[in-house]
Design a binder for this molecule. Structure first.
Ligand code: GDP
Ligand code: MG
Length: 242
């Protein structure tokens, strides 16, 4: 399941990571669970807009875009059994699930937990938390990414890995993304929150699944092999394999 804030690249990655997996030789299907999307760059094996469409709700119920997405996500939750059935998750090697534009709709309401709960019993599931590189200011941001990734894992109750997308537009080489460097960056801060941030860094790095965050470009198909490795590592208890 690909989750992340609006515009981070979920839909693009579902297309290009699917293409990458197919090139390797896997059977892949793509599922669209965003009732608000207008145009999809891939052919969906199942498209939730067959069940509910945000634009229809806006017209029929006089709702704004946010209201329509909330109603749509409730309808999806109510019809989760049918949705999971129509996703046909056992028919292929990988099912890539594109989630609603706004991450909060999926993660912080019932929709995401209800989907992961329905899938979990049937197949192994992993959430890929996509962070838009353009939103990252410096290495200390890694703590925020790790914490959010952990929160997503707590909400969805499935392994969650983080990737930084749009690596083609932002120079992230400075982000070595290691605990020591994050701590170094944080300790240069003098605000009252820096102690808390330092302790949180220790904690997060102690319990994380993989200590690195992979930088990719969904658009330019860069780093998709590293994303594949990360997803596989998340399934085993051995942690970071680098
Ligand atoms: N430069 C660049 N743009 C990207 C990348 N991935 C997505 N985008 C662009 O970001 C915008 C939002 O992407 P989309 O996949 O629709 O995001 P979503 O809302 O998370 O599904 C589109 O204009 C994409 O072309 C990337 O790796 N690099
Ligand atoms: Mg999208």
């Amino acid at each position: 399941m690909f989750v992340g804030t609006a515009g981070c690249g979920k839909t693009t990655l579902v297309k290009t990571f699917g293409d990458w997996l197919e090139d390797v030789g896997f059977r892949v299907s793509r599922v669209n669970l965003d009732p608000g999307v207008e145009v999809l760059p891939y052919e969906a094996a199942f498209d939730v807009r067959e069940i509910v469409k945000a634009s229809d709700l806006m017209r029929e119920m006089g709702l704004g875009p946010n209201g329509a997405m909330i109603v749509a996500s409730k309808i999806m939750e109510e019809r989760m059994e049918e949705i999971v059935k129509r996703m046909a998750i056992n028919d292929v090697d990988y099912v890539l699930v594109d989630t609603p534009g706004q991450m909060e709709l999926f993660v912080f309401r019932g929709l995401g937990p209800s989907l992961s709960n329905a899938i979990k019993g049937v197949r192994r599931a992993v959430a890929v938390y996509i962070v838009d590189a353009e939103t990252i200011r410096d290495a200390s941001e890694l703590l925020v990414i790790k914490l959010l990734s952990l929160i997503i894992e707590l909400r969805l109750e499935i392994p969650t890995v983080a990737v930084i997308n749009k690596g083609d537009v932002v120079n992230l080489s400075e982000l070595a993304l290691k605990a020591d460097e994050v701590k170094k960056k944080l300790s240069s801060r003098t605000d009252v929150l820096s102690d808390l941030a330092l302790e949180l860094t220790d904690l997060v790095f102690r319990y994380e699944r993989a200590s690195r965050v992979v930088v990719i470009s969904a658009l330019k198909r860069i780093g998709l092999d590293r994303l594949y490795d990360l997803i596989h590592e998340s399934f085993c208890v051995c942690g970071d394999l680098t």
